[in-house]
Write a protein that binds this ligand. Sequence first.
Ligand code: HEM
Length: 184
Amino acid sequence: MRYLNAVVKESMRVLPVVTLIGKTCGDKPLQLGPYKLPAHITIGVPLFAIHNSDANWERPTEFIPERWDKVPVESFVVGQMPPLGVSEGCDKDSAASTAAKAAGERSEVRFMPFSDGPRSCVGQTLGRIEVAAVLAALLGTFRVELAPAMGGREAIQAREATMITLQLRGAMGMRMVLHPRWLP
Ligand code: HEM
């Protein structure tokens, strides 16, 4: 389940369901790093770009569940993480202290598939459990393959489109072939 959780996080990093969120400033102007944002202005927070930028991630286009090895299972908001392959000092950290550390690095958050702060996803606990439970049940019963009619991974990527949520253009959806594991 720990590895499954890492796969879920890595999937949500590379392909966040919600690709863009909007936040509106309050009654006062806001200083955000070098930028002064006027009151009441709405800004877009591009989760897809934050999760896929090489400013934030080593080898961002590669699917590497192991990069979540040292992140506590419960952390779905993450700031700085040790570089890939570097784990000195992390083993002796308890999950709770690492989670607290991750929470303390909120100024450098670079992973937040459920958003962050007081208006983050209210259904995220249910969402996380649902995703893991459905995947565990499905993958325990079937071997899953992309249907040949989908044209392979490149064809899928060419049809990716963001309409606030990440979707595939066209009416085909994502067709899969399920091979029952109990059959030879
Ligand atoms: C994997 C599944 C899910 C993902 C990735 C997800 C992601 C998000 C994100 C990114 C936001 C912030 C949107 C914004 O700021 O514009 C959000 C808000 C919200 N989500 Fe989810 N969500 C998921 C599942 C759920 C479920 C299962 C529920 C309800 C049972 C839910 C209910 C809500 C609600 C009500 C809000 C608005 C919260 C507010 O504005 O205060 N979500 N979600």
